[in-house]
Design a protein around this ligand. Structure first.
Ligand code: SF4
Length: 580
């Protein structure tokens, strides 16, 4: 029996534009339904509509939601408060922002218990410890008194799950629950959610842009685009043969070794902004199968082989999609690797490498006591040797905290090395004043890495004038135009501020900034992990094109093995400060 039934849900902006437009789906007890799609498709708005927690200027404007037989939109706010955090709980993407920093985790869980269960203090405290224990927090009796800043990202997300479970929910809404976590912690948190669901028989609405998360966790999937569900299928049906052109494009944009010689097929353009939806099919401006009917008439929901899809290709127009249009199966792990027989040993045996790192160490002293005596060392980087030739990509793989970013910073001399040698183009960098402009860095978060108060032209010119590149400002502006052409941005975008761009465009600006000083090596620190799969494909294509055109070398820090297979020539795996 369906626990949650969403029927033709409509959510509108104050100006009347629908940002969630007539979506319907159902979830049974013990089932996981995933809403999949790029950022800005309306997935999170759907979740907030169900919770009746919409931001100012947005309102539920139609449709019905039933949870366990109760019509949620008819409940008075007082009763709805009982449902929120009780029968229906939600966990968010960024646990660091969702927890109260000035309350211990135990006090925050106790707050939920007090709201939804009538327990005495002693019983509530015992229940807090039990919940933390249930979500796999070691030494729960001690940790219950700790504050969020004392916990790692994965621990904080476990605390969020414990808080959600405190109200004994029948439906858990998880909005990108693992996007902010690194890959091993992500796997642990997803397993915890699956185990908890099996134990308690909860229904789960999982919101994600990650096909890997869907593959491992969902029973059924709704693919969302521009406020509508465009395809709904079981996980098996979707992965065997996606029907909607948008779903097919999402699969095709995934990097893998089989496509390492060719550009990834990125989805052109972007999701139409909320409130300016094109006439006809909403995907038509980005769809390579579109024809005149698609631009004139909105496609209806059609049932095909026991699943639903919204596309004219499947309506009675006499056209049926060919099997070859669907995604061919992804290769097995390791398949295709043999094609590139020119693997080089990354460690110190390459003749004349561009970058040669030998036995690099970065240690941080641990100080204690009133006089701050050094009582030990944290060996963040502990004897790393590697080499990168010109025009090649070395991927550095490893989980958070293994020393990858510290190594990158030491190479750029943003952190002092304790010992070892870094030679760039034959010149020693450690302990000398040699310039490091030939090495530049591209960061993970394109939102945080650009100064919001500077226009793009100023951002790009800053490094050039510091290093006296270009005769005068006019010459530098001409170079900036060339850089924008190179990274695929319009020239007039140099007069705009970073907040006016999408995530993918900002990452292009960050790459242009790195290229502005004509480097030979780019250190890319998880440059695509904050981006949607289609935007990730565009950025990976751009990096590959730039490498071919400019003979750039890359040190590519990532935890995404599909990206490694697609982009890297050599791979180093780092663990606890060492290359293993
Ligand atoms: Fe593409 Fe037309 Fe189908 Fe829309 S209706 S997805 S434009 S083929």
């Amino acid at each position: 029996m369906n626990l949650l039934k969403v029927d033709k849900l409509v959510t509108r902006l104050r100006n009347g534009a629908a940002i969630v437009d007539g979506i319907s789906f159902e979830i049974s007890a013990g089932e996981t339904f995933a809403l999949l799609g790029e950022s800005g498709c309306g997935k999170s708005m759907t979740a907030l509509s169900l919770m009746r927690l919409l931001p100012d200027g947005v309102a539920n404007a139609g449709g019905a939601v039933q949870l366990d037989g109760a019509a949620l939109f008819d409940l008075p706010e007082h009763d709805m408060r009982e449902v929120r955090g009780g029968k229906m709980a939600m966990i968010f993407q960024e646990p660091g922002l969702s927890l109260n920093p000035v309350m211990s985790v135990g006090a925050q869980i106790a707050e939920v218990l007090a709201l939804h269960h009538d327990l005495g203090d002693a019983v509530a405290n015992a229940r807090c410890v039990e919940l933390l224990d249930q979500v796999g927090i070691p030494d729960a009796a001690r940790r219950v008194h700790e504050y969020p800043f004392q916990l790692s990202g994965g621990m904080k997300q476990r605390v969020m799950i414990a808080m959600a479970l405190a109200g004994s929910p029948t439906l858990l809404i998880a909005d990108e629950p693992t996007t902010a976590l690194d890959v091993t912690i992500q796997a642990q948190v997803l397993r915890l959610l699956r185990d908890t669901q099996d134990k308690l028989g909860m229904a789960m609405l999982l919101i994600t842009h990650d096909l890997g998360v869907v593959a491992e966790n969902a029973h059924r999937v709704g693919v969302m685009y521009a406020g509508q569900i465009v395809e709904q299928a079981t996980r098996e049906q979707l992965f065997a043969k996606p029907l909607h052109p948008y779903t097919q494009k999402l699969f095709a944009a995934l990097p893998d070794a089989r496509r390492s010689g060719q550009p990834l097929s990125a989805i052109p353009g972007s999701v139409p902004p909320l409130g300016s939806i094109p006439q006809g099919c909403r995907f038509a401006p980005r769809c390579d199968k579109a024809w005149s009917l698609c631009r004139e008439q909105t496609p209806d929901w059609t049932m095909v082989e026991g699943r639903g899809v919204r596309c004219h290709l499947y309506q009675d127009t006499g056209y049926r999609i060919r099997d070859t249009d669907a995604r061919s199966p992804l290769p097995l792990a390791g398949e295709g690797l043999g094609e590139r027989g020119d693997f080089l040993n990354p460690v110190s045996r390459i003749p004349n490498p561009l970058l040669q790192v030998s036995d690099l160490q970065v240690h941080f002293p641990i100080r204690k006591g009133l006089l701050q005596h050094v009582v030990g060392q944290v060996k963040a980087v502990d004897g790393v040797s590697l080499a990168i030739p010109q025009g090649r990509t070395l991927a550095l793989v490893g989980e958070s905290g293994c020393g990858k970013t510290t190594l990158a910073k030491a190479l750029l001399r943003l952190l002092p090395a304790t010992a070892g040698s870094v030679q760039f183009d034959g010149k020693e960098l450690i302990g000398t004043g040699a310039a490091r402009s030939s090495m530049q860095m591209v960061f993970q978060d394109p939102y945080a890495s650009l100064n919001p108060k500077m226009r793009v032209a100023e951002i790009l010119e800053e490094g050039m004038s510091a290093l006296r590149i270009g005769a005068d400002s006019a010459a530098r502006q001409a170079q900036i135009d060339g850089l924008l052409d190179k990274v695929g941005l319009a020239r007039d975008s140099k007069w705009r501020y970073p907040h006016e761009f999408s995530g993918g465009q900002r990452q292009r600006i960050a790459i242009a900034r790195a290229l502005a000083v004509s480097p030979q090596l780019l250190i890319c620190d998880e440059p695509t992990s904050a981006l949607d799969v289609s935007v990730q494909a565009q950025i990976l294509n751009l990096l590959k094109e730039l490498q071919q055109e400019l003979e750039l070398s890359y040190l590519f820090i990532t935890h995404n093995l599909a990206v490694v297979e697609y982009l890297a020539h050599e791979v180093c795996v780092m663990y606890l400060g060492r290359i293993v």
